[in-house]
Design a protein around this ligand. Structure first.
Ligand SMILES: C[S@@+](CC[C@H](N)C(=O)[O-])C[C@H]1O[C@@H](n2cnc3c(N)ncnc32)[C@H](O)[C@@H]1O
Length: 230
């Protein structure tokens, strides 16, 4: 069952094992984690991962956080996230959406949403929920693509020309969020893995073009880390 209110996420919904390869290839140097830690560490604090998918990031948070809650609208992915974290007593995974978070008021110190629901204009209901659940002194993080630079940014512009980076930036700054640009990379263990991931992220036409123009198993990739203190 998929909660109404879920945004279609065909990459992870329909190609779950290929999306796992993608997650393993993302940011081997942990630049995103370092940028988040520079703003607000989560050691011995309560973490919420909104749109946690198969729970890829939950064990990492759980290794130092006091508690971790993953929220995910897709029932099959909830089951996979629960299986991944079944031996971690400080992790729970709950089915739900960003617009109606199944967690109590003022119960979260650090909220995290990575490539999930919070893509700029239209995510106001989720922002209202973050206002409700993040405690005073807490921090929320949103990670999304930066289409304005790097090899992946150029691919993204070609694949998703409707995304207007200026409008996205205005949206977040109007709502009191700060942008930290992060340079990271995709590093795959084989060319076949890179090609299969490119094919779940882009149309056949765009995937053919970008793969023909790029050699090897690595891709330089910029993301925006958006964050706000409460
Ligand atoms: C691209 S995946 C990213 C998954 C995970 N954050 C990761 O990095 O592995 C996007 C996820 O957002 C979830 N999602 C879609 N609509 C959502 C909503 N309204 N609220 C919360 N999560 C949502 C999808 O089901 C999917 O698991």
């Amino acid at each position: 069952m998929i909660d109404p209110g879920a945004r279609p996420s065909p990459n992870i919904w329909h190609h779950t094992s290929t999306y796992e390869l993608e997650n393993r290839a993302v940011d081997p140097d942990r630049a995103i984690e370092a940028a988040m830690r520079a703003v607000s560490p989560w050691d011995r604090r309560a973490v919420l991962d909104v749109g946690c998918g198969t729970g890829f990031h939950l064990p990492r948070f759980a290794s130092t956080a006091s508690s971790v809650v993953g929220v995910e609208p897709h029932g099959d992915l909830v089951a996979l996230a629960r299986r991944r974290t079944r031996r971690l007593p400080n992790v729970s995974v709950v089915q739900g959406t960003a617009q109606s978070l199944p967690v109590p008021d003022a119960s979260v110190d650090v909220a995290h949403a990575r490539w999930a629901y919070f893509f700029g204009p239209g995510c106001e209901p989720g922002l209202a929920e973050l206002d409700r659940v993040v405690r005073r002194g807490g921090t929320a993080f949103v990670i999304d693509n930066d289409p304005t630079r790097t090899t992946f940014g150029a691919w993204f512009r070609r694949g998703y020309p409707e995304v207007d980076p200026g409008a996205v930036e205005r949206f977040w700054s109007t709502h009191g969020w700060t942008r930290t640009p992060v340079d990271m990379r995709w590093a795959f263990s084989s060319r076949a893995d890179l090609e299969s991931v490119v094919r779940i992220e882009f149309s056949r036409e765009v995937a053919d073009e970008v793969l023909a123009s790029h050699e090897g198993t690595e891709v330089d990739y910029a993301v925006n880390l958006w964050w706000r203190r409460y």
